[in-house]
Write a protein of this length. Structure first.
Length: 63
């Protein structure tokens, strides 16, 4: 089974990591032509950070 994830935002990317950790096949489809930095700060709720920590990618958020 192959999963299709529509949207390469933090939700879609986190879903992709979750599926990859389970060894599942997936593709992420992003409507935007490119992904750019917007120069804005990002506040993350503690429950969201818990999910990213569980996925093993929370350190990437701090960079
Ligand atoms: C200025 C601003 C500041 C924000 N600051 C914060 C913050 O500090 N902390 C916080 O928690 N939240 C913040 N938010 C809200 C934050 O954007 C969302 O919580 C978060 O991005 C949601 O992630 P998401 O992956 O669900 O959606 P998005 O980040 O919106 O990602 C959805 C992606 O799907 C793509 N897409 C849409 N339709 C399709 C389609 N049909 N096919 C393929 N791709 C598609 C879009 O191009 C987009 O890249 C902010 C929002 C804005 C506008």
């Amino acid at each position: 089974m192959r999963f299709a994830i529509n949207g390469g935002g933090i939700g879609g990317l986190a879903m992709g990591v979750a599926l990859a950790l389970k060894g599942m096949d997936y593709a992420i489809y992003e409507a935007a032509e490119d992904i750019r930095q917007v120069g804005a700060g990002l506040w993350m709720a503690s429950n969201a950070l818990n999910v990213l920590e569980h996925l093993g990618i929370v350190e990437d958020i701090y960079q």
